[in-house]
Design a protein around this ligand. Structure first.
Ligand SMILES: [Zn+2]
Ligand SMILES: [Zn+2]
Length: 265
């Protein structure tokens, strides 16, 4: 999928909050947050939303980085193909939240009575790791900026040599945080940014933990990043609406994430 020393990112799911389906959302896709990064033989997933169901990683050794454990970011895990393979070893990284380890957070949902079994019942070997950033996965460095989202969420930066991807989903802007994020994302090859709301919608959704397209554009200009892709599309935003919003974007290198899209960095 890639040569040594470059990163490839595949968008497996960019829908926010809850999966949707139907012809109105087929073009941008209805699967929830999941991004597959291939870098120097490492397979790293950002979040485990329903997009993960369509992933077919070539490696048996897999890392999943969870920005946080809201269920739209976990729903794909119980149907992730390698979970059913005795050869697979899956490391799931996420921050402790409150008193809960990442394993305890995931098991709130993936255990009876909300699910038939715990993760331990699957054939794959799954390791839960309470992430402490910065950390290294092979040659990929991972840094965190704590975001602004109900219950907390990590903004993650993955860097290989001098090429960085910043994943800022489930993030609500504040003036202070936008300054920190612009610094954190300085010169990044790609920013994945939470563009869930229009300005008008945001007025009614303050405190929900998501941002807007116009805030994303300001951040993009300030950061000097090369590319900005809006993610976490609102479940009520149809292809027609997203296409119209995209047409209004005049800055080069800005688009809305489409499920299935591959970005080489
Ligand atoms: Zn979410
Ligand atoms: Zn969330």
């Amino acid at each position: 999928m890639q040569n040594t020393h470059n990163m490839t990112l595949r968008i497996l799911g960019a829908r926010g909050s809850i999966p949707v389906n139907g012809k109105e959302t087929a073009q941008f896709g209805g699967s929830t947050s999941c991004y597959q990064i291939e870098a120097c033989g490492q397979t790293i997933f950002l979040d485990a939303g329903t997009g993960l169901i369509n992933a077919r990683p070539e490696n048996d050794r897999i890392s999943i980085l969870l920005s946080h454990t809201h269920i739209d970011h976990l729903l794909g895990l119980p149907f992730f193909a390698p979970m059913f393979s005795g050869q697979a070893e899956i490391d799931i990284y996420g921050a402790k939240r409150g008193d809960l380890t990442v394993k305890e957070q995931v098991e709130r949902f993936l255990s009876p009575p909300l699910w038939a079994c715990t993760i331990e019942a699957y054939p794959a070997k799954v390791n839960f790791i309470d992430a402490v950033y910065p950390m290294q996965l092979g040659e990929v460095e991972i840094e965190e900026l704590s975001g602004n989202h109900p219950g907390g969420a990590s903004i993650l930066k993955l860097s290989l040599d001098s090429v960085s991807v910043v994943y800022a989903s489930d993030y609500e802007h504040t003036p202070g945080k936008q300054r920190e994020l612009a610094e954190f994302a300085k010169g990044a090859a790609l920013i994945l940014y939470d563009g869930q709301y229009t300005e008008e919608e945001y007025l009614k959704r303050k405190g929900f933990g998501h941002s807007t397209v116009s805030e994303g554009l300001r951040l993009f200009a300030e950061s000097g990043a090369k590319r900005l892709v809006f993610v976490h599309h609102d479940p009520f935003h149809s292809d027609v609406m997203l296409t119209n919003q995209e047409k209004e974007l005049t800055a080069a290198g800005v688009s809305f994430a489409r499920e299935g899209e591959i970005i080489t960095l």
